[in-house]
Design a binder for this molecule. Structure first.
Ligand code: DP6
Length: 370
């Protein structure tokens, strides 16, 4: 029996986007989505949970600052886990303390709620001894969080039941299935506050006809092709569908009224750069995808990384040293111009804040007692 548990959970990046709910309260999406879970060594949420007969009340701290426990999504997660708990009824009454933090570079504005809620629910499941699929509970914290319950490549199914019990995530393939896959996040220098995903997608459902077209005629085709691309490790197909789906998601955001604008000029420059790079190489070397913010997430294969990073640092120069600007897996990009396709575009410097280089990784883990 555990009365104190510490867990970490990774961020995931969707290659087929979730955007729009058919049930706001239960968080049931209008379409299936697919994501890759990122290696948690570099970016993860970390949560410690304790229960004790000596605690006076339930309390939560986020990055060291106490927050209200009254958040309905948080309360839902705790209640749902407790409903499935397999521990003594006396212990179920004990108050709970939750300490949650994330180690992402703060300015990155990366999907912190996905890792945060996945981590919370995973840690709770160990405290309360819940063994069944917990992705449907993580989903009720934040939709995309259900995909961070698994490593590798993950599909979140819309499901058909009204209670959302079949709106769960399942692993399509572990990270080891496609070990060459790499992820490069270009953190765009942008301090603008974004419209949150929750509000943005709500407005889209209410106002965009294009969303209904996407859901009715396009997403299932993207899902089928993405599954095929992952199963066959077909990077060309993976890259094309990832970019098409990101573009369609942002088209739907623009079709929202008033529009939800997430990509900025630098984001668009990165998208053009990727198409030029692939065209110059005469094959798919890299794919971009953008979430509800300006940062680009690039997918590529390990063999393409040195030339690609070399070119990125040439096209998007910074005033800082390259060493301080690329973080994550260590890599030497000096003199890696070999095989880099020639492209003749250059941007003004300091459009990128920094670059995170990582790979596809495993799902949440428990940390040993400290
Ligand atoms: C653009 O999961 O953050 O990242 O369910 O309201 O918490 P809520 O929204 P959230 O939305 C993520 C949207 C996205 C696409 C994706 O991750 O699939």
């Amino acid at each position: 029996e555990n009365f104190v548990v510490t867990a970490t959970a990774p961020v995931n990046i969707a290659t087929i986007k979730y955007w729009g709910k058919k049930d706001e309260k239960l968080i049931i999406p209008v379409n299936d989505s697919i994501s890759a879970t990122l290696s948690s060594d570099y970016m993860c949420a970390k949560t410690t949970i304790a229960i004790s007969p000596n605690f006076e009340k339930d309390q939560i701290w986020l990055n060291g600052i106490e927050e209200s426990i009254e958040n309905p999504r948080l309360l839902n997660c705790i209640r749902n886990i407790k409903n499935k708990a397999k521990i003594g009824t006396d212990k179920l009454k004990w108050k709970i303390h939750i300490c949650s933090e994330n180690n992402f570079p703060t300015a990155a504005g990366l999907a912190s709620s996905s890792a945060g809620y996945a981590c919370l629910v995973y840690a709770l499941s160990h405290i309360y001894n819940v063994k069944e699929n917990i992705s449907d509970i993580a989903r009720q914290g934040s939709g995309s969080a259900c995909r961070s319950i698994y490593g590798g490549f993950v599909q979140w199914y819309t499901g058909i039941k009204n209670d959302g019990s079949d709106s769960i995530a399942l692993q399509l393939a572990p990270a080891s299935h496609w070990p060459e896959m790499r992820v490069i996040i270009l953190v765009v220098n942008d301090k603008q506050k974004k419209t949150s995903s929750t509000i943005g997608m709500q407005r889209t459902v209410e106002t965009s006809k294009l969303l209904h077209y996407r859901v009715k005629y396009c997403v299932q085709g993207h899902i089928d092709k993405m599954i095929q691309a992952i199963k066959n490790k077909n990077f060309d197909l993976f890259a094309e569908i990832t970019m098409r789906d990101s573009n369609q998601f942002h088209a739907v955001c623009l079709d929202t009224y008033p529009p939800a604008i997430y990509m900025n000029d630098t984001s668009h420059a990165i998208a053009s750069f990727v198409h030029e790079y692939n065209a110059a190489a005469n094959s798919y070397k890299v794919a971009y995808t953008f979430d509800a913010g300006p940062n680009a997430c690039l997918f590529t294969l390990e063999k393409n990384v040195p030339a690609l990073l070399y070119t990125i640092t040439k096209v998007f120069p910074t005033s800082g040293s390259v060493k301080d600007y690329i973080t994550g897996i260590p890599i030497n990009i000096e003199n890696k111009s070999i095989n880099a396709p020639e492209i003749n575009i250059s941007m003004q410097s300091d459009l990128l804040k920094y670059v995170i280089y990582t790979k596809v990784g495993e799902g949440p883990t428990l940390l040993p007692d400290t």
